[in-house]
Structure formats: C-alpha cells, structure tokens
Design a protein around this ligand. Structure first.
Ligand SMILES: [Zn+2]
Length: 389
C-alpha cells in the first residue's frame, strides 16, 4: 500500500521534528575519527555505516582497498512500480583531513545553534542527511523508495580518490543523475553547479654541488635555478580565465656552505574549463633551465577536470529551485574553486549537483561547524531531488 505523499510544508515539519535525531547521527559519525591515511580507522567507520544502511534495508558492498580504507556501496531497490527508473547516485566520502586524536582539542559539541567537530561539515553531516532522507522517503512512500537509489561513500576523497575513482565513474554511468553531499557553498547554503579542475605538479631541479667557500664558481645552484623557475611558473596565472597556479611547497639544499645540488617545488593548479588543461600542461612541461648546467624534471598532471555547468547540471539546479520554492526558500547556486568527486561524474556528462550537504564554515580548519537549523531544509531538498532527478 502506498500512503499519500505528504505536502512540502508537512515534509519540512517531518524533518524539523527529527532535527535532534539528525544531529545525533552526525555526532556519532564525527566521533569516529577517520583520517584518509589511516586504513584501520576509515574501515571502522565504513563498518559502522554499513550497519546503519543495512538497518534501512540497503544491500551493502565493501570495495576493498589495500592502500586506503575500504569504500562502501549501498543499493536500495525501489517499489515494484518504480523499478524501471534509473537509479540516482548519492555520492559522499567518510575520510577526513584530521589526524587521530583531533577530537581531544576539537570536540564534537553544540554551541549557539552550531555543531562543531572535525569533519562535521566536510562531510559527515552530508552522510547523515542521506540516512535521514532515505528513511523519510520510505516512510512517505509506504515502505519502499520511489526509485532505485545507489549510495557510494568513498574512503579517499581528501587524498585524490585514487582507489575509488573507477567505481564512482562506473556507478555514475548507470545513473540518471548524481547528487554530491559535499558542503554547501557559503552560509546561504548555495548548491554547487561548477567546480574548478584540480591538478598537482612537482618540478625537480638537479644542479651541481660545490663547496660554497672553496669552489663557488664550480657549482650550479639548484635553488637559484628553482627560484627563477618559480617566477616563470607564477606567470601562468590567469585569474580572469580562471587559471591559477600556486607553488605551494619548496624543498632543497643541504647546508648553507654547499651549493645546492637539488631543489623542488610542488605546484597546485586550478582550471575553469577542460580545454585549458592541455595548454597549461604543455607550458609546464616545456620549461627550460636558465642555467644550462641544471636539469629540470616535471611530473604530475590534472587529477580532476572541471565540473562545468552543462545543461544537465543546470536542469538539476532548476529542480532544486522548484523544490525549495515549495517551502518559501530561494536557493542559490555557486561556482567554486575546490574539486570533489563530482568533477569525475560531471566530466563523464552525467548530470551532477554538488554542495547538497551541510551548511557551515571552516572545512579543514579548527573552527569547522555546521548550522543546525539548516538541517531540515537540506534533508527535504535531498529527499525531493531523489524523487525527481
Ligand atoms: Zn569533502
């Protein structure tokens, strides 16, 4: 039997009444620390979440990884009348950037309507929203979901998604659309309809070592060469075109009295359009040494192509606007500089809407928090999008 679908304001009330329950779920997840580089810790939260999703009737599958934590796929069947619909893919990650023990100095706590804690915004609140939206949809639709739903929670998003990317892409290809539960943009809670592409390069310089005092003319300083190269690399910035290049970490040299034989720089690059990738790559690879006795070696590349605002992406945003209007909410869209796994799925041409998760500030920072009162609307939006994508 299918119960009549409640109206939007009633649905919002449903989630408002359950706000404390959503907060408790988020707290449970935040209090299981899960740094990307600690497989054991990440596997523990995967197992915990597998139990939660099983309790909702999901079929869970762990995708094993040797170098990273395991990723978790959960499939929900639809009611028999909706089985023909393509699934929607709900995408998230349970790894965080915080090392084990962070909770001691950054406890999960409620203060002034905010919930604080490591990973609370990025993106454990997003995972909690998935759990609560699915539970609500089941309640509203007489026990079964109105379409097949696949949830994929990855273990290594914060470190480049190297173990999970292929699975994310394969699942996206089978889906009608992808909703990414990364944090919303800004405190007005905008969803993200465009993201920059992200890459990382390393430039290594090999020079010739010499005693700085006895043989100053014989050495060829890798550090001096690197300094000149960094000035060249900075010229590749084109902020108006959305291209930015940041030499973020430098290393080199051994002692002050040695002309350095080696030096290197790690460079973060961002691009706005996929077509900018090859030109930037070519320019970096064609850097020439100023000092002919020095050798340059460049490695790396673009990891995530940009998530561009395609017509498919715009159509999903329009659906989100329609749902939001039902409860008197005007939801904004934003283009952001950071990448996510949404870049992979959008890059395949699958309609993707990102920033569907919590609203707050301070991702990756000591003051990370979410605004508790925003949770009911976010859950309502997610549930509505699952129905209509
Ligand atoms: Zn994230």
């Amino acid at each position: 039997m299918i119960s009549p679908r409640p109206a939007w304001p009633e649905r919002l009330r449903y989630f408002t009444e359950r706000q404390n329950g959503i907060v408790n779920t988020i707290r449970e997840l935040v209090e299981i620390e899960s740094p990307s580089d600690n497989k054991h810790a990440v596997d523990l939260i995967a197992a915990f979440l597998a139990q939660k999703f099983k309790a909702l009737g999901g079929r869970t599958e762990l995708h094993r990884s040797n170098n990273f934590g395991d990723s978790l796929q959960i499939d929900f069947a639809a009611d028999p009348a909706s089985l023909h619909r393509k699934p929607v893919l709900l995408l998230g990650h349970y790894d965080t950037v915080y090392p084990l023990g962070t909770l001691a100095n950054m406890p999960c706590k409620v203060e002034n309507g905010r919930l604080h804690g490591p990973g609370v915004l990025d993106m454990k609140s997003g995972i909690a929203l998935i759990l609560h939206a699915i539970e609500a949809l089941q309640a509203w639709h007489g026990g079964a979901l109105p379409r097949p739903v696949t949830v994929f929670l990855v273990s290594d998003e914060e470190v480049g998604s190297y173990s999970s990317r292929k699975i994310t892409e394969a699942l996206a290809k089978q889906s009608a659309g992808v909703l990414v539960l990364e944090p919303a943009a800004g405190l007005r809670g905008a969803v993200k309809t465009a993201r920059k592409g992200v890459g990382e390069y390393t430039l290594r310089v090999k020079g010739i070592a010499a005693h700085a005092g006895l043989d100053p003319g014989k050495g060829h300083s890798a550090i001096l060469e690197l300094a000149r190269q960094i000035a060249e690399i900075a010229k590749l910035n084109n902020l108006r075109q959305g291209v930015s290049v940041n030499p973020g970490v430098i290393q080199g040299g051994t002692r002050t009295n040695v002309i350095a034989a080696e030096a290197s720089v790690a460079i973060d690059v961002r691009i706005q359009r996929a077509t900018q990738a090859s030109a930037l790559d070519r320019k970096l690879r064609s850097l020439k040494p100023f000092d002919k006795h020095c050798k340059l070696e460049i490695t790396g590349g673009i990891n995530r192509l940009p998530m561009e605002r395609t017509t498919g992406v715009a159509a999903l945003y329009k659906k989100a606007q329609t749902i939001a209007r039902e409860v008197g909410w005007k939801i904004d869209e934003a283009a952001v500089g950071g990448g996510s796994d949404g870049n992979f799925t959008a890059g395949l041409g699958i309609p993707t809407l990102d920033g569907m998760g919590g609203v707050g500030e301070g991702a990756h920072a000591v003051h990370e928090y979410i605004v508790i009162s925003e949770l009911p609307r976010r859950a309502l939006l997610l549930a509505g999008m699952v129905e209509s994508v």
